[in-house]
Design a protein around this ligand. Structure first.
Ligand code: NAP
Length: 252
């Protein structure tokens, strides 16, 4: 049974692998046997070390996903290094906070570009490669609690992450016939740079903590199991679903 989760010889592209949840998922995929191409604007040295410690190969790809310009290069560098691609984890994401009455067009565009537009076009490019390879493949998008809830002061983030769930379903519908599984993970409140401002506000931190049935904030390690599951043969009949890894937040 455990063979179903084995990723030995597989090649995964993980965006936003320089820190946080992307680094955690890169490590988990490597521990299951996958080689990893990590994408970010800054160094992925820490993730690279974790991947190599797990005994697989790591390729760093520096790219700014605020536009679709690097999409082709991300795939070509991956293929040059590893000869194939099997898994895409669309994890890179940003958030901007401001009242909706004052929310700027820049804060709208910046977030939508990284969180939704480039996610789509990178998925499209990699899916075409899955079809060309004739192998099928796995795409894992990163959603959020704000894919389900409205949130506050996060107009573009909530819109982008709500879009991620819808797009995950659409791509699953269109690409299941090619043996491509498109699913998503919705992390709850996790300790990363993304939530630094929230955690520094002690009142908000305690308020959030008090609502998490598991009684703690999540960590990048908490996503590992879901990431490996959705990247592996164990999830071959799962299409268009979003798994919440949230300590029970949505169950409240
Ligand atoms: P993080 O610590 O802020 O890391 C974000 C990652 O995305 C970094 O590796 C960053 O790399 C990369 N990134 C951001 N903008 C980029 C750009 N323009 N081009 C390339 N890479 C870019 O965030 P995180 O908490 O790990 O979040 C990862 C994902 O989970 C995001 O999609 C986030 O929305 C989602 N999420 C997080 C939480 C949470 O509680 N932390 C909850 C729900 C969902 P560089 O800065 O090096 O480019």
């Amino acid at each position: 049974m455990l063979d179903l989760f084995d990723l030995t010889g597989k090649v995964a592209i993980v965006t936003g692998a320089s820190t946080g949840l992307g680094e955690g998922m890169a490590k988990a995929l490597a521990q299951a046997g996958a080689n990893v191409a990590g994408v970010a604007r800054t160094s992925c040295e820490s993730a690279g070390k974790k991947v190599e410690d797990a005994g697989t190969r790591f390729l760093e790809i520096r790219a700014d996903l605020s536009s679709t310009e690097p999409v082709e290069r991300i795939l070509s560098e991956t293929l040059k290094a590893f000869g194939r691609v099997d898994i895409l984890v669309n994890n890179a994401g940003i958030i901007r906070r401001a009242d909706a009455l004052e929310f700027s067009e820049k804060d709208w565009d910046d977030v939508m570009n990284v969180n939704l537009k480039t996610l789509f076009f990178l998925s499209q490019r990699v899916a075409n490669e899955f079809v060309r390879q004739g192998t099928g493949g796995k795409i894992i998008n990163t959603a959020s609690m704000l894919s389900y809830q409205g949130g506050i002061r996060t107009a573009s983030y909530t819109s982008s992450k709500s879009g991620v769930i819808g797009l995950t379903r659409l791509l699953a519908n269109e690409w299941a016939k090619y043996g491509i599984n498109v699913n998503a993970i919705a992390p709850g409140y996790m300790v990363t740079n993304n939530t630094k401002a929230l955690r520094e506000d002690k009142a908000r931190y305690e308020e959030i903590l008090g609502r998490i049935p598991a009684g703690r904030w999540g960590t990048p390690e908490d996503l590992g199991g879901a990431a490996v599951f959705l990247a592996s043969r164990a999830s071959d009949y799962i299409h268009g679903f979003t798994i919440a890894v949230d300590g029970g937040w949505l169950a409240r």
